[in-house]
Write a protein that binds this ligand. Structure first.
Ligand code: PFF
Length: 457
């Protein structure tokens, strides 16, 4: 079976597909939103530390596991540790894909709706009036069928890309969309910086005020570093499994991290420079759907800028959503022998249906859970970012350290590298830190929820 496995067409294609997975709503919506609400630069700093210490080693680990086994997560863990329970880490990944894509697809639908609002000049009447923008947003997401209509379109596009295969679908579209995302976001950031007063946005994002740093912002930054790098659910294992022996995995991981971080920073710059220049509130919630629609029309050519922003956000969301669905598709192809088409359509449909309940829970009528005081939508986000991905990442690090063995890991990592500059000690330290930090944070959270005890405040 493995010699017929689909492969990426080029080294660059793989890097763009993997960074396309990483760059998504997390970079353009979640990161600026979290930074805005957690003291700006102080949060940025912790976020960068998490990305480079915890994120880098895990991106490499997932690529290595995927390429070595040429299998998606369940099969990969089973192949490296046959007959053990490690395959459950793979199943956790497949479950995370269901959880994340269900709410991610809903937001993808909102973005499509906002492209239409912007193109048709709908932001004009919201100029300088975030309250009006907020009611437009809330009326839309609280509706029953309209958000679902757009979610279904988004999911259909996603299914269509995946059905076209690794090279003909995922790689092809990542190669088109990633450069466009960078160009458009770069243009928006330059526009923001050249606005009078825009530079205040830069110092908000990059000048640290440590008094704003709290333990909960550290936890948030850590969880987000998993989400933004698509880690802890086997996405990078799956993408790595379509690689041949020539790819330099260390280089590829550095590229993915650099692009992901650069795009989060560019998004922060574009958003905060405009927000500060036009006197909006940087801490307002749901910034991109509420603050920006009231800010764009105040710029000359605002309709064009607004539309470009939501188009680039759509592309970023799509390249990520396809990677999530690919984890599920690859599981059914590898482990159950299904065809790509059957797996993608059937499970794309199931996820769309679960997602509809996320959408309904925003106010459209049905909220199937009020667990921990959250809507179903927020619960799915909370469950995946705070628990499923960090636990998956922690177990992956422990797997390499304790089960598979760092020597085997390094043997695979070195394939495709010209110079073998890999240090066993550094790998052990980095993976060890990743596993320990995540373990500690999760214990802290669980103790807090169960007994109200916080080890760190
Ligand atoms: N990394 C994506 C983002 O930042 O929006 C979200 C994501 C994609 C999470 C793929 C997990 C995943 F496997």
């Amino acid at each position: 079976m493995s010699n017929q496995r689909e492969q990426w067409g080029s080294k660059l294609g793989f890097i763009l597909a993997a960074s396309g997975s990483a760059v998504g709503i997390g970079n353009i919506w979640k990161f600026p939103h979290m930074a805005g609400q957690n003291g700006g630069a102080a949060f940025t700093l912790v976020y960068l530390a998490c990305i480079f210490v915890v994120g880098l080693s895990l991106v490499i680990a997932e690529f290595v596991i995927g390429r070595r086994t040429q299998l998606s997560p369940v099969g990969a863990f089973e192949k490296l540790a046959p007959g053990t329970n490690w395959k459950w880490v793979g199943f956790l990944g497949v479950a995370s894909a269901f959880v994340i894509l269900s709410f991610y697809g809903v937001v993808g639908g909102w973005i499509m709706k906002y492209i239409i609002i912007s193109v048709t000049g709908g932001f004009k009447e919201l100029a300088g009036d975030p309250a009006a923008a907020s009611s437009v947003f809330n009326n839309f997401i609280n509706g029953t069928w309209s958000p679902i209509f757009f979610q279904v379109i988004f999911m259909t596009v996603c299914i269509w890309v995946i059905v076209n295969g690794v090279k003909g679908g995922i790689e092809k579209w990542s190669k088109i969309m990633m450069p466009l995302i960078i160009i458009l976001l770069g243009a928006l950031a330059v526009r923001g910086m050249t606005l009078p007063g825009g530079m205040e946005g830069i110092s908000f994002l990059f000048k640290p005020r440590f008094e704003d740093l709290t333990a909960s912002s550290v936890v948030l930054a850590l969880g987000h570093s998993f989400f933004t790098l698509s880690l802890g659910m086997g996405t990078m294992i799956t993408y790595g499994s379509y690689l041949g022996r020539k790819q330099n995995l260390l280089n590829s991981a550095l590229w993915v991290i650099a692009l992901d971080t650069a795009i989060a920073m560019l998004a922060g710059i574009a958003i905060f420079t405009m927000v500060f220049a036009l006197g909006a509130n940087p801490e307002a919630g749901n910034g991109i759907f509420v603050v920006l629609p009231s800010v764009f029309p105040q710029l000359p050519g605002g309709t064009v800028w607004g539309t470009l922003f939501f188009v680039l956000l759509f592309m970023a969301a799509l390249t990520s959503a396809i990677s999530i669905l690919e984890v599920v598709t690859a599981y059914f192809i590898d482990q159950k022998g299904w065809t790509r088409k059957k797996a993608t359509i059937q499970f794309g449909l199931v996820i769309t249906i679960v997602g509809a309940f996320c959408s309904f829970s925003m106010g459209g009528g049905i909220n199937i859970t009020e667990f921990l005081g959250m809507s179903f939508f927020d619960f799915m986000d909370y469950l995946s970012s705070k628990y499923m991905l960090p636990i998956g990442g922690m177990l992956t690090a422990i797997f390499v350290l304790k089960k598979w063995g760092v020597d085997h890991f390094i043997e695979e990592l070195k394939i495709g590298m010209d110079k073998s500059i890999v240090s066993k000690e550094i790998i052990i330290v980095l993976l060890g830190i990743a596993a320990t930090v995540v373990g500690f944070i999760i214990i802290n959270e669980v103790l807090d929820i169960a007994f109200g005890i916080k080890l760190i405040q």
